[in-house]
Design a protein around this ligand. Structure first.
Ligand SMILES: C[S@@+](CC[C@H](N)C(=O)[O-])C[C@H]1O[C@@H](n2cnc3c(N)ncnc32)[C@H](O)[C@@H]1O
Length: 293
Protein backbone atom coordinates (compact mmCIF):
# COMPACT_ATOMS: atom_id res chain seq x y z
CA UNK A 1 0.00 0.00 0.00
CA UNK A 2 1.36 3.42 -0.95
CA UNK A 3 1.21 6.16 1.66
CA UNK A 4 2.75 9.63 1.76
CA UNK A 5 3.02 10.90 5.29
CA UNK A 6 4.35 14.24 3.99
CA UNK A 7 0.89 15.11 2.66
CA UNK A 8 -0.59 14.87 6.15
CA UNK A 9 1.95 17.13 7.78
CA UNK A 10 2.09 20.89 7.39
CA UNK A 11 5.74 22.01 7.01
CA UNK A 12 6.05 23.24 10.55
CA UNK A 13 4.85 19.92 11.99
CA UNK A 14 7.87 17.70 11.41
CA UNK A 15 8.46 16.68 15.04
CA UNK A 16 8.49 13.04 16.12
CA UNK A 17 5.31 13.19 18.16
CA UNK A 18 3.38 14.83 15.28
CA UNK A 19 4.64 12.17 12.91
CA UNK A 20 3.67 9.44 15.34
CA UNK A 21 0.18 10.87 15.62
CA UNK A 22 -0.24 10.95 11.82
CA UNK A 23 1.20 7.43 11.43
CA UNK A 24 -1.04 6.05 14.13
CA UNK A 25 -4.13 7.66 12.52
CA UNK A 26 -3.22 6.13 9.16
CA UNK A 27 -2.83 2.63 10.68
CA UNK A 28 -6.11 2.97 12.56
CA UNK A 29 -7.95 3.99 9.39
CA UNK A 30 -6.54 0.88 7.74
CA UNK A 31 -7.77 -1.49 10.43
CA UNK A 32 -4.44 -2.22 12.16
CA UNK A 33 -4.94 -3.19 15.80
CA UNK A 34 -3.03 -1.16 18.42
CA UNK A 35 -2.20 1.52 15.83
CA UNK A 36 -0.30 3.77 18.24
CA UNK A 37 1.97 0.98 19.49
CA UNK A 38 2.63 -0.13 15.91
CA UNK A 39 3.44 3.44 14.81
CA UNK A 40 5.81 3.80 17.78
CA UNK A 41 7.65 0.55 17.16
CA UNK A 42 8.13 1.35 13.48
CA UNK A 43 9.51 4.81 14.18
CA UNK A 44 11.72 3.44 16.95
CA UNK A 45 13.06 0.84 14.48
CA UNK A 46 13.76 3.53 11.88
CA UNK A 47 15.36 6.07 14.22
CA UNK A 48 17.20 3.33 16.15
CA UNK A 49 16.16 4.73 19.50
CA UNK A 50 13.77 3.47 22.19
CA UNK A 51 10.16 4.69 22.15
CA UNK A 52 10.51 6.63 25.43
CA UNK A 53 13.44 8.60 23.94
CA UNK A 54 11.36 9.53 20.88
CA UNK A 55 8.85 11.19 23.19
CA UNK A 56 11.49 12.72 25.45
CA UNK A 57 13.56 14.22 22.59
CA UNK A 58 10.63 15.10 20.31
CA UNK A 59 13.20 16.11 17.71
CA UNK A 60 12.59 17.63 14.29
CA UNK A 61 12.64 14.80 11.76
CA UNK A 62 14.93 15.08 8.75
CA UNK A 63 13.35 15.01 5.31
CA UNK A 64 14.67 11.53 4.36
CA UNK A 65 12.96 9.87 7.30
CA UNK A 66 9.45 10.76 6.11
CA UNK A 67 9.39 8.63 2.93
CA UNK A 68 11.13 5.79 4.77
CA UNK A 69 8.57 5.88 7.60
CA UNK A 70 5.71 6.16 5.07
CA UNK A 71 6.99 3.00 3.41
CA UNK A 72 7.04 1.06 6.69
CA UNK A 73 3.55 2.29 7.59
CA UNK A 74 2.32 1.26 4.14
CA UNK A 75 3.71 -2.24 4.63
CA UNK A 76 2.10 -2.56 8.05
CA UNK A 77 -1.25 -1.32 6.69
CA UNK A 78 -1.01 -4.10 4.07
CA UNK A 79 -0.83 -6.57 7.00
CA UNK A 80 2.86 -7.38 6.88
CA UNK A 81 3.46 -8.42 10.51
CA UNK A 82 5.40 -5.92 12.58
CA UNK A 83 8.08 -8.52 13.34
CA UNK A 84 8.74 -9.13 9.62
CA UNK A 85 9.23 -5.40 9.14
CA UNK A 86 11.58 -4.90 12.10
CA UNK A 87 13.20 -8.35 11.66
CA UNK A 88 13.05 -9.17 15.33
CA UNK A 89 10.83 -10.63 18.03
CA UNK A 90 10.98 -10.93 21.82
CA UNK A 91 10.62 -14.48 23.07
CA UNK A 92 11.16 -15.74 26.60
CA UNK A 93 14.18 -13.73 27.83
CA UNK A 94 15.78 -13.14 24.44
CA UNK A 95 15.46 -11.26 21.16
CA UNK A 96 15.36 -13.39 18.00
CA UNK A 97 15.83 -12.53 14.35
CA UNK A 98 12.85 -13.46 12.23
CA UNK A 99 11.94 -12.93 8.59
CA UNK A 100 9.22 -13.61 6.05
CA UNK A 101 8.90 -17.36 5.46
CA UNK A 102 9.53 -18.25 9.12
CA UNK A 103 6.92 -18.45 11.88
CA UNK A 104 6.87 -15.59 14.39
CA UNK A 105 7.22 -17.11 17.89
CA UNK A 106 4.20 -16.67 20.17
CA UNK A 107 4.12 -15.93 23.91
CA UNK A 108 2.21 -19.23 24.61
CA UNK A 109 5.29 -21.14 23.51
CA UNK A 110 7.27 -19.65 26.39
CA UNK A 111 5.30 -22.04 28.64
CA UNK A 112 6.86 -24.96 26.78
CA UNK A 113 10.36 -23.57 27.42
CA UNK A 114 9.58 -22.94 31.12
CA UNK A 115 8.21 -26.46 31.55
CA UNK A 116 11.18 -28.05 29.77
CA UNK A 117 13.61 -26.20 32.05
CA UNK A 118 11.71 -27.32 35.15
CA UNK A 119 11.53 -30.95 33.93
CA UNK A 120 15.28 -30.87 33.36
CA UNK A 121 15.95 -29.52 36.86
CA UNK A 122 13.60 -31.99 38.52
CA UNK A 123 14.53 -35.17 36.65
CA UNK A 124 17.88 -34.86 34.90
CA UNK A 125 20.15 -32.27 36.53
CA UNK A 126 23.21 -32.62 36.68
CA UNK A 127 23.24 -35.03 33.71
CA UNK A 128 24.21 -33.58 30.32
CA UNK A 129 20.74 -33.41 28.74
CA UNK A 130 20.26 -34.46 25.14
CA UNK A 131 17.30 -32.55 23.74
CA UNK A 132 15.49 -32.76 20.39
CA UNK A 133 13.47 -29.77 19.11
CA UNK A 134 11.10 -30.77 16.27
CA UNK A 135 10.06 -27.96 13.89
CA UNK A 136 12.51 -25.45 15.33
CA UNK A 137 11.42 -22.49 13.15
CA UNK A 138 13.62 -19.48 13.99
CA UNK A 139 15.24 -21.55 16.75
CA UNK A 140 13.49 -19.77 19.62
CA UNK A 141 12.91 -22.94 21.69
CA UNK A 142 16.27 -24.59 20.98
CA UNK A 143 18.28 -21.41 21.59
CA UNK A 144 16.35 -20.51 24.78
CA UNK A 145 16.93 -24.02 26.16
CA UNK A 146 20.61 -23.91 25.21
CA UNK A 147 20.88 -20.62 27.15
CA UNK A 148 18.91 -21.83 30.17
CA UNK A 149 20.34 -25.35 30.53
CA UNK A 150 24.09 -25.03 30.78
CA UNK A 151 24.82 -28.76 30.44
CA UNK A 152 22.98 -29.83 27.30
CA UNK A 153 23.28 -30.62 23.61
CA UNK A 154 20.41 -30.07 21.23
CA UNK A 155 19.34 -31.47 17.87
CA UNK A 156 16.88 -29.25 15.99
CA UNK A 157 14.93 -30.30 12.90
CA UNK A 158 12.84 -28.41 10.38
CA UNK A 159 11.68 -29.10 6.83
CA UNK A 160 12.09 -25.45 5.88
CA UNK A 161 15.55 -24.38 4.69
CA UNK A 162 14.65 -20.77 5.36
CA UNK A 163 13.79 -21.58 8.97
CA UNK A 164 17.07 -23.48 9.37
CA UNK A 165 19.02 -20.53 8.00
CA UNK A 166 17.38 -18.13 10.46
CA UNK A 167 17.73 -20.51 13.43
CA UNK A 168 21.42 -20.94 12.64
CA UNK A 169 21.81 -17.13 12.75
CA UNK A 170 19.95 -16.99 16.07
CA UNK A 171 22.20 -19.67 17.55
CA UNK A 172 25.23 -17.62 16.51
CA UNK A 173 23.67 -14.38 17.76
CA UNK A 174 23.14 -15.94 21.21
CA UNK A 175 26.51 -17.74 21.21
CA UNK A 176 25.10 -21.27 21.57
CA UNK A 177 25.95 -22.58 18.10
CA UNK A 178 28.33 -25.18 19.54
CA UNK A 179 25.46 -26.71 21.56
CA UNK A 180 22.93 -27.08 18.70
CA UNK A 181 23.02 -29.25 15.60
CA UNK A 182 20.48 -28.39 12.91
CA UNK A 183 18.98 -30.92 10.49
CA UNK A 184 16.81 -30.42 7.44
CA UNK A 185 14.63 -33.39 8.14
CA UNK A 186 11.03 -34.59 8.17
CA UNK A 187 10.16 -34.53 11.89
CA UNK A 188 12.88 -36.75 13.39
CA UNK A 189 16.62 -36.34 12.79
CA UNK A 190 18.60 -38.94 10.87
CA UNK A 191 20.30 -41.69 12.88
CA UNK A 192 19.40 -43.55 16.02
CA UNK A 193 20.15 -40.99 18.71
CA UNK A 194 18.16 -41.03 21.91
CA UNK A 195 17.15 -37.99 23.91
CA UNK A 196 16.21 -37.15 27.49
CA UNK A 197 13.63 -34.64 26.27
CA UNK A 198 11.85 -33.99 22.99
CA UNK A 199 10.21 -30.57 22.65
CA UNK A 200 8.01 -29.41 19.81
CA UNK A 201 5.63 -26.69 18.75
CA UNK A 202 4.30 -28.43 15.63
CA UNK A 203 1.94 -26.95 13.06
CA UNK A 204 -1.51 -27.78 14.46
CA UNK A 205 -4.17 -25.59 12.82
CA UNK A 206 -6.79 -27.50 10.76
CA UNK A 207 -6.49 -26.63 7.07
CA UNK A 208 -10.10 -25.41 6.93
CA UNK A 209 -9.40 -22.83 9.67
CA UNK A 210 -6.57 -21.16 7.77
CA UNK A 211 -8.86 -19.01 5.62
CA UNK A 212 -10.45 -17.52 8.76
CA UNK A 213 -7.17 -16.47 10.39
CA UNK A 214 -6.21 -12.80 10.83
CA UNK A 215 -4.72 -11.25 7.70
CA UNK A 216 -1.40 -10.78 9.55
CA UNK A 217 -1.22 -14.49 10.47
CA UNK A 218 -1.94 -15.46 6.87
CA UNK A 219 1.38 -13.81 5.93
CA UNK A 220 3.18 -16.57 7.85
CA UNK A 221 4.15 -19.82 6.10
CA UNK A 222 1.41 -22.41 5.69
CA UNK A 223 3.79 -25.29 6.51
CA UNK A 224 4.40 -23.72 9.91
CA UNK A 225 0.70 -23.24 10.64
CA UNK A 226 -1.31 -26.07 9.15
CA UNK A 227 -1.38 -29.53 10.63
CA UNK A 228 -3.37 -30.97 7.71
CA UNK A 229 -7.07 -31.71 7.44
CA UNK A 230 -7.89 -31.88 11.18
CA UNK A 231 -4.70 -30.20 12.43
CA UNK A 232 -3.19 -33.36 13.90
CA UNK A 233 -1.12 -34.81 11.05
CA UNK A 234 2.30 -33.75 12.41
CA UNK A 235 1.20 -34.31 16.03
CA UNK A 236 0.23 -37.94 15.20
CA UNK A 237 3.59 -38.59 13.57
CA UNK A 238 5.43 -37.19 16.59
CA UNK A 239 3.35 -39.17 19.09
CA UNK A 240 3.63 -42.32 16.98
CA UNK A 241 7.45 -42.47 17.07
CA UNK A 242 8.76 -40.17 19.81
CA UNK A 243 9.27 -43.10 22.22
CA UNK A 244 11.80 -44.64 19.81
CA UNK A 245 13.93 -41.50 20.18
CA UNK A 246 13.56 -41.19 23.95
CA UNK A 247 15.67 -42.69 26.72
CA UNK A 248 13.71 -44.71 29.27
CA UNK A 249 11.87 -42.18 31.51
CA UNK A 250 12.47 -39.47 28.91
CA UNK A 251 9.90 -36.71 28.30
CA UNK A 252 8.04 -35.34 25.30
CA UNK A 253 6.69 -31.79 25.72
CA UNK A 254 4.49 -30.62 22.89
CA UNK A 255 2.42 -27.49 22.29
CA UNK A 256 -1.14 -28.19 21.09
CA UNK A 257 -4.10 -26.23 19.69
CA UNK A 258 -6.90 -24.82 21.84
CA UNK A 259 -9.27 -27.74 21.18
CA UNK A 260 -6.85 -30.66 20.89
CA UNK A 261 -6.54 -31.76 24.55
CA UNK A 262 -9.24 -34.47 24.28
CA UNK A 263 -7.59 -35.88 21.17
CA UNK A 264 -4.26 -35.95 23.04
CA UNK A 265 -5.82 -37.71 26.05
CA UNK A 266 -7.35 -40.41 23.86
CA UNK A 267 -4.31 -41.04 21.63
CA UNK A 268 -2.60 -44.39 22.29
CA UNK A 269 1.19 -44.26 22.06
CA UNK A 270 4.34 -45.61 23.67
CA UNK A 271 4.37 -42.89 26.34
CA UNK A 272 2.16 -41.93 29.26
CA UNK A 273 0.48 -38.52 29.35
CA UNK A 274 1.51 -37.01 32.69
CA UNK A 275 -0.33 -33.68 32.33
CA UNK A 276 -1.31 -30.77 30.13
CA UNK A 277 -0.08 -27.29 31.12
CA UNK A 278 -2.50 -24.42 30.64
CA UNK A 279 -1.57 -21.07 29.13
CA UNK A 280 -2.39 -17.68 30.67
CA UNK A 281 -5.83 -17.76 29.04
CA UNK A 282 -6.53 -21.09 30.82
CA UNK A 283 -6.30 -23.12 27.60
CA UNK A 284 -4.66 -26.56 27.77
CA UNK A 285 -1.52 -25.80 25.78
CA UNK A 286 1.50 -28.00 26.51
CA UNK A 287 1.09 -31.78 26.67
CA UNK A 288 3.71 -33.60 28.74
CA UNK A 289 4.35 -37.30 28.06
CA UNK A 290 6.81 -39.65 29.72
CA UNK A 291 8.25 -42.88 28.39
CA UNK A 292 7.59 -45.35 31.14
CA UNK A 293 9.11 -48.48 29.58
C1 LIG B 1 4.42 -23.80 14.60
S1 LIG B 1 6.01 -23.64 13.83
C2 LIG B 1 7.04 -23.58 15.27
C3 LIG B 1 8.29 -22.79 15.09
C4 LIG B 1 9.06 -22.53 16.41
N1 LIG B 1 9.49 -23.77 17.01
C5 LIG B 1 8.21 -21.77 17.39
O1 LIG B 1 7.86 -22.33 18.43
O2 LIG B 1 7.89 -20.60 17.15
C6 LIG B 1 6.24 -25.24 13.19
C7 LIG B 1 7.57 -25.47 12.51
O3 LIG B 1 7.59 -26.85 12.08
C8 LIG B 1 8.14 -26.95 10.80
N2 LIG B 1 7.61 -28.18 10.20
C9 LIG B 1 6.39 -28.38 9.60
N3 LIG B 1 6.29 -29.67 9.21
C10 LIG B 1 7.46 -30.28 9.57
C11 LIG B 1 7.97 -31.60 9.42
N4 LIG B 1 7.24 -32.55 8.83
N5 LIG B 1 9.20 -31.89 9.88
C12 LIG B 1 9.96 -30.90 10.49
N6 LIG B 1 9.53 -29.64 10.65
C13 LIG B 1 8.30 -29.33 10.21
C14 LIG B 1 7.73 -25.67 10.09
O4 LIG B 1 8.58 -25.38 9.01
C15 LIG B 1 7.81 -24.66 11.24
O5 LIG B 1 9.09 -24.06 11.31
Amino acid sequence: MRFQLQKFLPNNRRYSTEILKAGSRFLKENGVEEPRRNAEILLSHLLKKPVHRIYADDERITRGILPAYSKLLGKRASHTPLQYITGKVDFYKYVFSVEKGVLIPRPETEILVEKAVSVYKEYFLPVRARILDIGSGCGNIAVSLAKEIKNCSIAATDISLKALKVSHCNALRHKVKSKIKFYKSDIFPPGKSRFHMIVSNPPYIPLADIAGLDEDVKREPLTALSGGRDGTSVIRKILGRADVFLHEKGFLLMEIGYNQADFIRSFKCGMKLTGIERDLAGIERVAVFRKTG
